[in-house]
Design a protein around this ligand. Structure first.
Ligand SMILES: [Zn+2]
Length: 140
């Protein structure tokens, strides 16, 4: 048995099982394969129908998934680099960033949490900070 993705002229997509491809060809030619939605017998085979129906090609969504995986990997690397090279200051981040900026604390890389308001205040004061999406570690 084989399963085919079939499409009708109305754009309906459905699956149908056949003994083999020759059986499908024969039944389709004789008008015995009908769309279950509208009953059209002029059905066509292939992924084209699926692509038209969803508007997203399989190739495209695979590419998007790949890009997402790459992005995750890059963010994980970034997190590792920050954790290795910077001091964790937790919710004292805004205070520490300010002190370092004004030379009141040892100049070093720090990381921690801050509220959007605090981050904006730091921005306004010209304190150089960066916000990165903090990805969860899978081994944590
Ligand atoms: Zn149909």
């Amino acid at each position: 048995m084989i399963v085919y993705d079939l499409g009708c002229p109305e754009g309906h997509v459905f699956e149908a099982w056949f003994k083999d491809s020759a059986t499908f060809e024969k039944q389709a030619r004789q008008g015995k394969v009908a769309c279950p939605t509208c009953g059209a017998t002029k059905v066509t085979r292939g992924p084209q129908a699926t692509n038209v129906a969803t508007g997203v090609s399989r190739e495209k969504s695979a590419k998007a998934a790949e890009q997402q995986a790459e992005m995750r990997a890059a963010l994980k690397e970034l997190r590792k680099a920050v954790e290795t090279n910077c001091d964790y200051v937790g919710d004292r981040f805004a205070d520490e960033a300010r002190k370092i900026h004004h030379g009141e604390a040892e100049s070093r890389g720090i990381y921690g949490e801050t509220t959007p308001e605090e981050a904006k205040a730091l921005d306004d004061e010209g304190v150089p900070i960066a916000r990165i999406p903090w990805i969860e570690r899978e081994d944590a």
